[in-house]
Write a protein that binds this ligand. Structure first.
Ligand code: SF4
Ligand code: ZN
Length: 307
């Protein structure tokens, strides 16, 4: 392969969408630099923030933790790790092992919360009766996970939560919301979005980086890859959307980037014009759209079946 466009060293990767050829070291630096630019462009981190990185133990979140520690170690913002144990035997145990080990290496404070402690059931227990449900396992799990992340962040006294969603996740979610007719959720994708339903701000510092490049960064920096996948993951529509976007990107390099820009444009206009009204949930007091939040509604259903 040719030379690195930045340092003249031995190149190992070419960005098809820009034609830039990079060596391993300049590639890794470029990921850190891109993340820094995204954070600054969308004003994701404030000078007094305590930053909690949501670490599932997958390669993306472990990479994000590494990058955030590198970016903020010399500044005043503390970087912490928070993890959620959904209670999926085998799968989450392995991921949490990876998380614990990296957190120890980086000397970062780590807060772990579990579904069992917070809601009284593990995901394994709750999904025992899932055949009867209409919602997919991941949508079901996601409702509890968002709440669990808030709890973990509150315990860690964080003021902002950084999640590892990358550019591919972002545009897939955008298209899937359109395909599900879920236009009201588009506002949540606004990089600067904050409202009462997320008491602690959420930011996505990897949202302008291709999934392929996050994986490459993980590989190049020795982040472990999980050997087990979640037994409940049935991606259905998402994997079709992913395959379609990958095919389009192969034929038209850079098209995912254009789609990201267009999505952001639509989302920003949309969230400025949409109303954000919330009323307290009758059971837990957290904001809800109709007096009972999704967590309490679904929790009541699980409790009924699990008992
Ligand atoms: Fe939950 Fe789906 Fe992730 Fe499994 S893959 S932990 S069900 S969100
Ligand atoms: Zn509630």
């Amino acid at each position: 392969m040719s030379e690195c466009a930045r340092c003249g060293g031995k190149a190992f990767y070419t960005r098809k969408y820009s034609g830039e050829t990079l060596c391993s070291s300049c590639f890794k630096d470029s990921i850190v630099e891109k993340t820094r630019r995204t954070i600054s462009r969308y004003k994701m981190i404030r000078p007094t923030d305590r930053i909690a990185v949501a670490v599932s133990g997958g390669k993306d979140s472990l990479s994000l933790l590494k990058v955030m520690v590198r970016l903020y170690s010399r500044r005043r913002n503390p970087v912490l790790a928070i993890s959620v144990d959904e209670g999926v035997e085998g799968y989450r145990d392995e991921a949490l092992e990876h998380a614990r080990s990296l957190v120890k290496d980086l000397n970062v404070e780590h807060t772990i919360v579990s579904y069992k402690d917070l809601f009284g059931f593990s995901l394994d227990e709750a999904l025992d009766w899932k055949e009867e449900r209409e919602v997919s396992s991941c949508s079901f799990c996601g409702v509890f996970r968002r709440r669990a992340i808030d709890e973990a962040a509150a315990r860690a006294r964080a003021t902002v939560v950084a999640t590892a969603h990358n550019l591919d996740d972002y545009v897939q979610t955008f298209l899937m919301n359109l395909m599900h007719g879920d236009v009201a959720r588009l506002g949540w994708l606004d990089p600067a979005y904050s409202d009462d339903s997320f008491p602690i701000r959420r930011v996505k510092p990897f949202m302008e980086i291709y999934e392929e490049e996050v994986a490459l960064y993980a590989f190049q920096t020795g982040v472990p890859f999980q050997s087990v996948s979640c037994p409940y993951m049935h991606e259905g529509l998402r994997s079709e959307v992913r395959d379609y976007l990958n095919m389009m990107e192969a034929n038209h390099p850079g098209i995912k980037n254009v789609l990201l820009r267009s999505s952001l444009d639509v989302i920003t206009r949309f969230s400025r014009s949409s109303e954000k009204e919330a009323v307290p949930c009758a059971r837990c007091g957290k904001p809800s759209s109709n007096g009972l939040c999704n967590v309490c509604r679904m929790r009541a259903e699980v409790e009924e079946h699990v008992k």
